[in-house]
Design a protein around this ligand. Sequence first.
Ligand SMILES: [Zn+2]
Length: 576
Amino acid sequence: MTTTAPRDEQLWSRCDGCASLLYRKRLRRNLDVCPECGSHARLDAPDRVAQLADPDSFVPLPDRAVRVDPIEFVDKLPYPHRLGAARTATGLDEAVLCGTARLGGHPVALAVMDFRFLGGSLGCAVGELITRTAERALADGIPLVLVTASGGARMQEGALSLMQMATVSQALAGMREAGLLTVSVVTDPTYGGVAASFATNTDLVLAESGARLGFAGPRVIRQVTGAKLPEGFQTAEYLLRHGQVDMVVPRHALRGRLAALLAAAEAGRRAPENPSSAPRPPATAPAATARPDRDPWETVRTARHPGRPTTLDYLETAFDGFVELHGDRLGADCPAVVGGIARLDGRPVMVIGHQKGHTTAELVTRNFGMASPAGHRKALRLMRLAARLRLPVVTLVDTPGADPGVSAEQQGQAAAIAENILALTVLPTPVVAVVTGEGGSGGALALAVADRVLMLEHAVYSVISPEGCAAILWPDSSAAPQAARALRLTGADLCRLGVVDELVPEPRPAAHADPGGAAELLRRAVAANLAPLLTVPPATLVRRRRQRFRRFGAARSAAAGPSPAAGPAGGRAEVA
Ligand SMILES: [Zn+2]
């Protein structure tokens, strides 16, 4: 907002977005968001702290910025003069305000940058203060929230300012090792050295509406490349589409969203001492009885029914308080995979699933639930985050298979699936997978290497689609119904083979006829299967999970008889 008088005296501001003349008090009440156009004006660090922290809870860090001039820098003015002027103009010691506070009742360490102070530049004092805030968070065992606003490193401090990117990142690495949540809130503008370190290497990156973030600024890019920049380049919405941020949050929703994330992280840390403060689910969900008379091809058709509940439907009904997290942090946000933090019977869990849709338009938007490499990498990022925060993982599998397109191949589809399978085998947190519809091949397994693998009564899980199998082996794709019978892809068959642990019943005749009833049955089954895993030490969990997937092999050792690891699938075939 453009103003002419000192803030206390000014009555009116002009919006930078739409040029409306706004009554200052009204604008302040609206958190400095223009009521006419929604433009988010830049906030001072003290105002930002006041908006985020619970009233009277902010306690500044005792450490004070030291005024340094390490390279005795002079441009038109000596650096100490500029520093002094910034101090006078802002009333701050430096370009960051650090302390501890409560946010929605949750203790948090907070470092908030102030763009007014030499463009929020990252110098030795700023780096040191943020590092000390992180160290304080580590010592207290509380999460860290960083609000960034910066043009980049402070050139007046030379290479020592560059080193701050490493210093602060190192402190964040300590938080990561300790399993403490770190969140950055990217505000406008965040560029250069801050963007390329603690604005983006936190666990979660939230971008405030209208914020721009990038390594190089648009002017530099235009100068260097001569290229015309795309519409909305480097804006929060653009970054979301390109997988760089978890979510875009309007200012009025920021506090609530942060509180929800802090609550989940806090619950994860409490979990070992207090396994469940919520009402315990029934010890076992009613197991489905398989109906052997049903033609497997019919089951395939039911599993693909467009009315069947999707992952987002289950997140609405079987879970509460879903906060979706986006992006692979590499370049894309795959719409065929959704994930985020939700509550199951009051307990925070990380839910990751394939997303199809009910209408043709939805299916096209979601690529029919066929994940790209970016989808698998998003899932991987969320699984690892869950393990760090000690949150159990629940996956909902419903995909015809991984995206088989040209660009998926170029971006390493095979390796992306492989990496997920590997990561899941050693993920130190409980994992419950539910095949809710189609469990298609490697794309399904990329989310289904779990401690407990459940399957809905009318779901299917297969190494290849019946059509694909028929086309290769008959070879005639019209033989799909015969292939469906031959592949043993129904829940009853897979329970017999030991691939699936339990069938989840569906309302009659199937889930699409009563989505609410299906969600309730799913909730009960997941809760009942998750509960016993929550008290198992992570190392034991991983050992058992590896044993679970070790038993499917088939070989006879030269010295002895069948391998003791051979399970239901073992011994059927022998390697010559
Ligand atoms: Zn406006």
